[in-house]
Design a protein around this ligand. Structure first.
Ligand SMILES: *[C@@H]1O[C@H](CO)[C@@H](O)[C@H](O)[C@H]1NC(C)=O
Ligand SMILES: *[C@@H]1O[C@H](CO)[C@@H](O)[C@H](O)[C@H]1NC(C)=O
Ligand SMILES: *[C@@H]1O[C@H](CO)[C@@H](O)[C@H](O)[C@H]1NC(C)=O
Ligand SMILES: *[C@@H]1O[C@H](CO)[C@@H](O)[C@H](O)[C@H]1NC(C)=O
Ligand SMILES: *[C@@H]1O[C@H](CO)[C@@H](O)[C@H](O)[C@H]1NC(C)=O
Ligand SMILES: *[C@@H]1O[C@H](CO)[C@@H](O)[C@H](O)[C@H]1NC(C)=O
Ligand SMILES: *[C@@H]1O[C@H](CO)[C@@H](O)[C@H](O)[C@H]1NC(C)=O
Ligand SMILES: *[C@@H]1O[C@H](CO)[C@@H](O)[C@H](O)[C@H]1NC(C)=O
Ligand SMILES: *[C@@H]1O[C@H](CO)[C@@H](O)[C@H](O)[C@H]1NC(C)=O
Length: 383
């Protein structure tokens, strides 16, 4: 619109008139079509018509023009120092004053490649499940002419795919969507989009602009499996373990084991795409019998998988028969010991009765007499 405003009013009228007639059978022609030039460039434009005796052939433009060549049915104009995108209208007045036009746009490519406008790769969820399809969306601003603009998707340095950018106005962002299936190879790799404007066929260059790289993280997470006894005996050591495979990347995974709501501190073994946690549990004496829930959960990449199993805690009761036998045995031994003791005592008594005087009371009395030292037991205490 800024372009139209800059035009003189008369030109604008002509332009409107021309627009009204555009689309008529192409008997006026402009060449080249959709030219692209670098800033400050010159352009030769050939306006031609196929009517027999054209009364007038002209070029309508805001740019400074010079007619440089002519024929009966054509004129060539030179446009110099073109610094911005411009509309060009060729017209020819033929018999009965009918006017035929044909228009095109000169594109100056500086605006795109010197602009800081980015090529953008839309962010993805931080982690993508392997095997899942995901979309990578790349946006590009500018990039004229759009029919020569393509967008390529790169995984590291490798080009995965390429698409033409839809032909919307270059003023709008154009979006290209690539779909890929997440794989292990994608993990930790930088993806990026690259816009390419290929104007080599027009004698200009190949212009490229890339998005910032985005590192992809892919993961796999199987279902954990518990390897546990069904019953736990109070006071006895038991081994419980939990294993998970189809796990990637193993180094990012965490495994937790808990029993009856209490966290265990398992020994964790990491293998190829596998993780195993093993813990020794002892149910303390005095704990109640019954069900305890053993839980294993594995977390990876903001996802988790959990399995549970109920284990039964029990106390062992000794068999009653051995107890009775033990008691009987004990009683028997006690009885025997008693008999032996009685026998010995009786023999001692008999011996004593033979020599009751061998230990006269007088002989022992001095030994039992308390000493009168400060540390000795007091007579009261010994009495
Ligand atoms: C455009 O034409 C002018 C005059 O003819 C010349 O001086 C200038 O170098 C040309 N510019 C380009 C980019 O060819
Ligand atoms: C201009 O275009 C006409 C029609 O295509 C052609 O006959 C003529 O030779 C062209 N002139 C020049 C200088 O290229
Ligand atoms: C080219 O233009 C000149 C001046 O406008 C005119 O005299 C001449 O007849 C034209 N040539 C042709 C072939 O129409
Ligand atoms: C080309 O145009 C620009 C802006 O319109 C002007 O600054 C510059 O001096 C011009 N260059 C020539 C060689 O005429
Ligand atoms: C992923 O896309 C491919 C082809 O684009 C399709 O065959 C496959 O079924 C899709 N997978 C899922 C999980 O959507
Ligand atoms: C660029 O666009 C032009 C006009 O549409 C087309 O003829 C040409 O083949 C395209 N070139 C490339 C390299 O895409
Ligand atoms: C991915 O890109 C970032 C930012 O440029 C860089 O720091 C990182 O090293 C790259 N990673 C790989 C694997 O190339
Ligand atoms: C997994 O275990 C951790 C640590 O015990 C806990 O913080 C987390 O909430 C558990 N996740 C689920 C889903 O139970
Ligand atoms: C364990 O037992 C509790 C209560 O008895 C029950 O709610 C829960 O669903 C059981 N869990 C499993 C994994 O069987």
């Amino acid at each position: 619109m800024a372009l139209l405003k800059a035009w003189p009013k008369s030109s604008l009228n002509l332009l409107v008139f021309a627009v009204m007639l555009s689309g008529a059978p192409g008997i006026t022609w402009i060449e080249p079509l959709d030219p692209v030039i670098t800033p400050g460039g010159n352009l030769s434009v050939n306006c031609s018509t196929d009517c027999d005796q054209p009364q007038f052939i002209g070029l309508e433009t805001q740019l400074v023009k010079t007619q440089v060549d002519n024929g009966t049915r054509w004129k060539v104009f030179l446009l110099r120092n073109i610094t911005q995108d411009s509309l060009l209208y060729c017209f020819a007045n033929c018999f009965e004053n009918t006017q035929m036009t044909h228009s095109t746009t000169v594109t100056v490519i500086r605006e795109y490649f010197e602009s800081p406008e980015p090529v953008n790769l839309e962010p993805l969820p931080r982690w993508i499940l392997m095997g899942q399809n995901f979309s990578l969306r790349c946006q590009v601003w500018g990039g004229k002419p759009r029919q020569n603009l393509t967008m390529a998707l790169f995984r590291g340095p490798q080009e995965l795919s390429r698409q033409a950018v839809s032909e919307q106005g270059p003023g709008k962002a154009a979006e290209v969507t690539f779909t890929a299936t997440a794989s292990r190879e994608d993990h930790g790799v930088n993806f990026s989009c690259r816009a390419e404007l290929d104007l080599r066929a027009r004698g200009l260059g190949l212009y490229q602009k890339s998005s910032a790289p985005m590192e992809l993280h892919t993961f796999a997470l199987g279902t954990p499996r518990l390897i546990v006894p069904k019953h736990l005996e109070v006071g006895k050591k038991e081994t419980v373990s939990c294993e998970i495979d189809k796990l990637f990347p193993v180094e990012n995974a965490q495994i937790h084991l808990s029993l009856g709501g209490r966290s265990l501190s398992p020994t964790v073994v990491r293998g190829q795409d596998m993780l195993r946690a093993t813990a020794i549990v002892i149910i303390a004496e005095g704990e109640k019998e019954g069900q305890r829930e053993l839980t294993c959960n594995v977390t990876l990449a903001d996802h988790d998988r959990e399995v549970q199993e109920n284990l039964t805690v029990y106390k062992s009761r000794r068999d009653p028969v051995p107890i009775v036998m033990g008691v009987l045995l004990a009683l028997g031994l006690a009885a025997m010991a008693g008999a032996i003791a009685t026998l010995c005592l009786w023999q001692n008594l008999r011996k004593g009765s033979y020599q009751p005087q061998t230990l006269p009371l007088q002989d022992r009395t001095p030994m039992e007499t308390p000493e009168t030292g400060p540390k000795g037991p007091s007579p009261v205490a010994s009495a």
